[in-house]
Ligand binder design. Structure first.
Ligand code: NAP
Length: 355
């Protein structure tokens, strides 16, 4: 097994891509050479990584030859065209787009929740031939990641009966341009100028928009549908009763979620807090006597999924209210992707072998 790897990042100039580059460095992902890809408009733009200036390239045939790991953080369309080519060229592909998430053969991973599936899959390759599509692993939607980490604990110890979630999602969840739009509109509004919107359907400054993604025939948005279908897949509970309302709010970073959960069994609140505290990736911040609860300003730049306002829902049996906050660019996307890369390395090293 190699000691370091040729790594490609597609979407290196974007909101997720930029954070991914820092996390690769922070966590010491074993990179021997880094290849950066972005759109034509960034061609030749140099990005500093580990004191080297690395130029951005455009995607072209054979550009993944010799690449061991390819992180895709561009768009659904880019992933649809190029992810299969990267896998065909022999790379492990960690894709943050929605394109392959619900494919039956593709793992949709939050390592703390279902990372073991990757180990099982890679173990099976010891017996059977590996197809290129087996090298594709998807990362979930950002609002799904933080929710399933919390739901996993509740499902494991109490059983989930029904989940009702409402989100308060930051503009960076819609990419770097969306953050620029919020900043510009905020300045324009304060100066009394009229506001123009390109990324969102309506001005986001000083507003909340009850639409993330496009509306589906059932009245839900695509973001809400992703939260529902992806959670069922990750928790391996296809009959999970879950409903979601996704709202865009005028913050820059971190998503918050109000989650109401009905459990199968009765519970003790202190036991719920204890089990959350013991779960890798979760930090409990919940002391109402000190006005302590998670907010976007705590979560930004942090790895943890923060949980607070843990309280009984007094209107229904065995029910619980939670407030869950996490940095959408880190655990919601880039950190989760790098953790998947680390999980692949660990599974391969268990096999003594193959990349
Ligand atoms: N933002 C989040 O919180 C989040 C969370 C989970 C998953 N995701 C997913 O992660 C992906 C990236 O999201 P983002 O928020 O980082 O978007 P973003 O800020 O808009 O960045 C998009 C990136 O893709 C690049 N790109 C665009 N067209 C390309 C092409 N034809 N070839 C190569 N690169 C191209 C852009 O390059 P230029 O700068 O040159 O245009 C930019 O680097 C999306 O699939 C998104 O759904 C995002």
């Amino acid at each position: 097994m190699k000691k370091s790897y040729r790594v490609a990042v597609v979407g290196a100039t974007g909101a997720v891509g930029q954070v991914l580059l820092s996390i690769l460095q922070e966590r010491g992902f074993p990179v021997s050479e880094l290849l950066l890809f972005a759109s034509k408009r960034s061609q030749g733009k140099e990005i500093i990584w580990q004191e080297q200036l690395i130029p951005c390239r455009v995607l072209e045939p054979h550009c993944f030859n010799g690449v061991d790991f390819a992180f895709f953080d561009a768009s659904d369309a880019v992933s649809k065209e190029w992810v299969p080519q990267a896998a065909q060229a022999g790379a492990w592909v960690i894709d943050n787009s929605a394109t392959f998430r619900m494919h039956e053969d593709v793992l949709l991973l939050v390592p703390e929740v279902n990372g073991f599936l990757l180990h099982e899959k890679i173990q099976r390759f010891a017996q059977n031939a590996m197809h290129s599509k087996d090298r594709i692993v998807s990362g979930p939607n950002c609002s799904t990641v933080q929710m399933v980490l919390v739901l996993k604990v509740l499902e494991e110890f109490w059983g989930l009966k029904r989940v009702i979630v409402s989100t308060y999602q930051s503009t960076s969840g819609a990419g770097a341009e969306a953050v620029n739009e919020l900043r510009q509109q905020t300045q324009d509004d304060l100066r009394g100028h009229s506001l123009t919107s390109h990324v969102f359907h309506y001005p986001i400054a000083f507003n909340c928009i009850p639409q993330i993604g496009e509306f589906q025939s059932n009245g839900y948005t695509s973001e809400e549908c992703k939260m529902i279908t992806e959670s069922r897949k990750i928790l391996r509970k296809s009959d999970l009763k879950i409903t979601a309302t996704a709202i865009r709010v005028p913050s820059i970073l971190s998503h918050a979620e109000s989650i109401n959960v009905e459990l199968e069994k009765s519970f003790d609140l202190s036991e719920i807090r204890k089990k959350f505290s013991e779960q890798e990736g979760i930090l409990v911040l919940d002391d109402t006597s000190k006005n302590l609860y998670p907010m976007a300003i705590q979560a930004r730049g942090q790895d943890a999924v923060y949980v607070g306002r843990i309280r009984r829902d007094e209107s229904a049996e065995n029910s619980l209210n939670l407030w869950v906050v996490s940095d959408n660019l880190r655990k919601g996307a880039a950190l989760n992707a790098v953790q998947i890369g680390e999980e692949i390395l660990s599974a391969l090293s268990d096999l003594h072998g193959i990349v």
